[in-house]
Ligand binder design. Structure first.
Ligand code: F6R
Length: 236
């Protein structure tokens, strides 16, 4: 595990974007695993800027996102599909049909999860998975639990996650209570993992995830077992 402490959010974002850009440069048909939330916004801004400058071509890239709220369709401005279009996909030349986000409206969520994992396997797996981390150590929406869940699955979001995500909604009541998330098996099968975070609370949970025991109570701690994981964080 490589743990890089950056000075601030801008540096985290620039360094993370450099690693993603390097992945795309060395493998133009890379499969990128992507995340939403506030952490990757700066990273995506850098990628968009480098694409606009003519330095980065996403025409061969395929993307798979980690998660989606249950019950929101892609035109809802709180959905993760909408977020990805707004912050990245609409500004680069990735073919939209090769951008994948779990379908939070699927009638059969279990079947959607299995199909999502099968689709990733058929793509040959994820070359580089970008992750954020929750204050409680969640990655994707794999919340603290008694066991690590392997496959893409339905989760009931924890109160602290709903609380943390309420900032993106008009009111706390509007935050969906369930999500579909790639499991920890899917994340761990990625060839490379890049986790980014900023702020004091995130620095504290990263310390526990990196230096504490591997436990499903801190889902990110499983990354200690990954052969090629980079964490870039800043305390502010
Ligand atoms: C988002 C995701 C979540 C976030 C995490 C941190 O796709 O999977 O695990 O990465 O909740 O969110 P921010 O970056 O908003 O603090």
């Amino acid at each position: 595990m490589r743990v890089i402490k950056a000075a601030n959010y801008e540096e985290v974002s620039r360094r993370a974007a450099m690693l993603i850009a390097a992945q795309v440069l060395i493998k133009p048909n890379a499969v990128l695993g992507l995340a939403t939330g506030s952490s990757p916004i700066g990273t995506y801004q850098n990628l968009v800027a480098w694409h606009r400058a003519g330095d980065l071509d996403f025409s061969g890239v395929t993307s798979v996102n980690l998660d989606e709220y249950v019950g929101l369709d892609g035109t809802n401005d709180q959905s993760y599909r909408y977020f990805m279009n707004e912050h990245l996909f609409s500004h680069i030349n990735i073919p939209m049909e090769r951008t994948h986000v779990p379908n939070g409206l699927a009638a059969d969520i279990a079947a959607e999860g299995a199909a999502y994992d099968a689709m990733i396997a058929a793509l040959g797996g994820i070359d580089l998975q970008l992750l954020g981390i929750g204050n409680n150590g969640h990655v994707g929406f794999n919340e603290p639990a008694d066991v690590f869940t392997e496959e893409t699955h339905l989760v009931d979001l924890k109160e602290d996650t709903i609380e943390a995500n309420a900032r993106f909604f008009a009111s706390r009541d509007e935050v969906p209570k369930r999500a579909l998330t790639m499991g920890l098996g899917g994340i761990m099968r990625a060839k490379k993992i890049l986790l980014i975070a900023n702020g004091e609370a995130k620095a504290r949970i990263i310390d526990k995830a990196v230096n504490g025991p591997v436990t499903p109570q801190i889902p990110a701690s499983i990354l200690q077992l990954h052969p090629d994981c980079t964490i870039i964080y800043s305390e502010c």
